[in-house]
Write a protein that binds this ligand. Structure first.
Ligand SMILES: [Zn+2]
Length: 85
């Protein structure tokens, strides 16, 4: 029968591991799996889409040009680094 103290220690260790894991575990020797990298990439593009998906001009342009990476003039400028104030 495992003691309560042992259980507590196991939990504490788990929490400690999670805390020291903002992005990845430094003790982890194996590199990120391709699937994980892909998921991150997917997440990044989703973030990007969420940023422009709110813009009606972007959406319209995407529909018109049949290109789901199209941006409205304003956001295109921004993406190219001409974003003003
Ligand atoms: Zn836009």
């Amino acid at each position: 029968m495992t003691s309560n103290r042992e259980k507590k220690r196991a939990v504490a260790q788990g929490v400690e591991r999670l805390k020291s894991k903002p992005g990845w575990d430094p003790h982890e020797v194996t590199p990120r799996s391709p699937r994980e990298a892909l998921r991150e990439l997917d997440q990044a593009s989703k973030t990007e889409q969420a940023y422009t998906i709110k813009c009606e001009s972007c959406k319209t342009r995407r529909r018109e040009e049949n290109d789901d990476t199209a941006l409205c003039e304003e956001h295109l400028k921004e993406a190219l680094g001409f974003g003003g104030e």
